[in-house]
Ligand binder design. Sequence first.
Ligand code: NAG
Ligand code: NAG
Ligand code: NAG
Ligand code: NAG
Length: 538
Amino acid sequence: MSWCFYYYPTLFIIAFSFCISQTLAAKISQTHNSLPFIWPLPAKFTFGNDSLSVDPSLSLIGNAAASAIVRTAFDRYKGIVFRNGNSFGGFLRTVTVDYDVTKLNVVVNSKSEELQLGVDESYNLFVSKDTTGSGKVTIEANTVFGALRGLETFSQLCSFDYSTKTVQIDKAPWSIRDKPRFPYRGLMLDTSRHYLPVDVIKQIIESMSYAKLNVLHWHIIDDQSFPLEVPTYPKLWKGSYSKWERYTVEDAYEIVNFSKMRGINVMAEVDVPGHAKSWGTGYPDLWPSPSCRMPLDVSKKFTFDVLSGILTDMRKIFPFELFHLGGDEVHTGCWTNTSHVNKWLENLNMTANDAYEHFVLRAQNMALSKNWSPVNWEETFNTFPTKLHPRTVVHNWLGPGVCPRVVAKGLRCIFSNQGVWYLDHLDVPWDEVYNAEPLEGIHKASEQKLVLGGEVCMWGETADTSDVQQTIWPRAAAAAERLWSERQSTSTGKSDSTALLRLQYFRCLLNRRGVPAAPVTNFYGRTAPIGPGSCFDQ
Ligand SMILES: *[C@@H]1O[C@H](CO)[C@@H](O)[C@H](O)[C@H]1NC(C)=O
Ligand SMILES: *[C@@H]1O[C@H](CO)[C@@H](O)[C@H](O)[C@H]1NC(C)=O
Ligand SMILES: *[C@@H]1O[C@H](CO)[C@@H](O)[C@H](O)[C@H]1NC(C)=O
Ligand SMILES: *[C@@H]1O[C@H](CO)[C@@H](O)[C@H](O)[C@H]1NC(C)=O
């Protein structure tokens, strides 16, 4: 053990920080031959000792080359792998190199390119040298989306060797048989508290694909702003912060398309009846009264007409089978103390809680009639568990122990316990994110199946373009491995575990790919490094 000294001249203090005798960077270099630096860790793999060089004009062969999704992904990954001025074989290179790997063979069994919940994302990836000494790389998958996951893994096996100036695959031969543990591996983005430009959302989606996340939960609208165009009710986006902070219908289509090309579903959210104050900027009738503005006025037919119009317009854009209807934090004071709403409650002999249930169930029926499965925040389940439609997916957030109760009632669940998976909670360190287990307390296999997976939530109160990516990464990656990899291989996230070495490595991989992922071991998420040092040590 040794002591590390950090000297802060401006503060005239010397802070002593206890640290392990070897830097992480040194440990990572040392273990590079014995550890697989693939994030998230594949389900099954073996590797050897060989190094194979990869041709910068690598070509795609196999039946998947006919798929635009696979072809464009192959081109993206080529851009990532051959970044070091090496795209044309190194423009200063004088000798020709005989590359070991010149072709990437991608074989896909199914022709269907429909992306839905539970789509087969499994793949096998084999890297070997045949008897003639030439390299062979094959990805086999049941769907193009499995092929995308395999391409991501392939890109992580490749690294630039600075002495030969070639891209190499180390530790060959590789045999990887991989599949996700959960079908739903999400990241929530909040574009109401702060507007995020379309290009920034795309960068986030791109970075999600590096960690094999597969659902973007788009919390588009909330109390603070209504940025989305709704053609049927064109005044709604008057609730945007400004005329520049808006999403057109075309923007939304583009985000869905961009996601699909990366095997990522977009689950949109319309959070009702609370969290909808911004709707009334365009249509003040949606407020109980001008002085009491939320929840939405439950007593008016107009409220449900508008909701129905929004859902009809959104159904055209969002093909994913899940749609989030919110339903959290419904404070009914404005219903009981606004006279026309209160009279309506009395006429129907309803309490405010009955009206909350009435609203949520009516919204569920609208979503169901459009062949969406409704997702609701857990308060709906906590308040009227037996009334929710059987197709409901309950979205946990308030704390631990909710999914066990949800699946015991036969409903499906998404795990997002705010104590560990809310990324805006900056004091949650990477290992607490990593160790959170969606199946905690659920023992029956039939009930475990009802846990679709989990999601890390990037609430936007203090996150905009200036800091959103470094708040998401690297901690979202810790959850991504939890959701993808086998439970037993991820149960040891401690500060001294190999998971830390691999996550450090993945954070630096994100940085290399231009993603501004923050240091892993800072006490507060997203803070800058505290001094000079290797990326692998921060
Ligand atoms: C790698 O090489 C070392 C010695 O060079 C050998 O002991 C070891 O068994 C090899 N490992 C594999 C997986 O081939
Ligand atoms: C996405 O858009 C591109 C370009 O317009 C198009 O070629 C591609 O087929 C679209 N992909 C999907 C999955 O809709
Ligand atoms: C009505 O309820 C709202 C929300 O609880 C509260 O802010 C407001 O002060 C109440 N108004 C009256 C007149 O009681
Ligand atoms: C109103 O509801 C309460 C509680 O559900 C019930 O006891 C009562 O009989 C109802 N009154 C009328 C007039 O329906």
